[in-house]
Design a protein around this ligand. Structure first.
Ligand code: THU
Length: 144
């Protein structure tokens, strides 16, 4: 019998990065960014195979702008929950964009240390993108 060459889930080779990128680009094209003119789209693979996505949505009150990742995390929960396993965030050029610090925290909460992120330097686990992260475990450990 032929040996299987399918890589285990959670490894970078198991992810169709190009289709995730294409979905992120579609969302980037729907961004509402009239103030910064900096459009962002993001797509994430969920552990049940769903793909969730979001775009940035700005506001005349600049500080309340929603990052694309906020929309994606809302889509994750609204469409049934689960854990993010791979995420591709793009800017207006359709290339990988590093999520801001706040959004790395969102990805950590919903994907954890092993969630993979496409970065300008290639695929990295969230444990490398947000080292020494604060998370739910810290709430438990620091309880008085
Ligand atoms: N932005 C995102 O959507 N995600 C990020 O991770 C970085 C920043 C948006 C927020 C704002 O609408 C625009 O990019 C410029 O900062």
């Amino acid at each position: 019998m032929a040996e299987t060459t399918t890589p285990p889930p959670g490894t970078s080779d198991a992810v169709d990065w190009e289709s995730l990128r294409q979905r992120a680009v579609e969302l980037m094209e729907r961004a509402y960014a009239p103030y910064s003119r900096f459009r962002v789209g993001v797509a994430g693979l969920v552990d049940d195979g769903r793909v969730v996505a979001g775009c940035n949505v700005e506001n005349a009150a600049y500080g309340v702008a929603l990052c694309a990742e906020c929309g994606m995390v809302s889509d994750l929960h609204a469409s049934g929950g689960g854990r993010l396993t791979a995420v591709f965030c793009v800017g207006g050029d359709g290339q990988a964009l590093m999520p801001c610090g706040r959004c790395r925290q969102l990805l950590w909460e919903n994907g954890g240390p092993q969630c993979l992120l496409m970065t300008p330097q290639g695929v990295l686990p969230m444990s490398a993108v947000l080292p020494q992260a604060f998370g739910a475990e810290d709430l438990r450990h620091a309880e008085g």
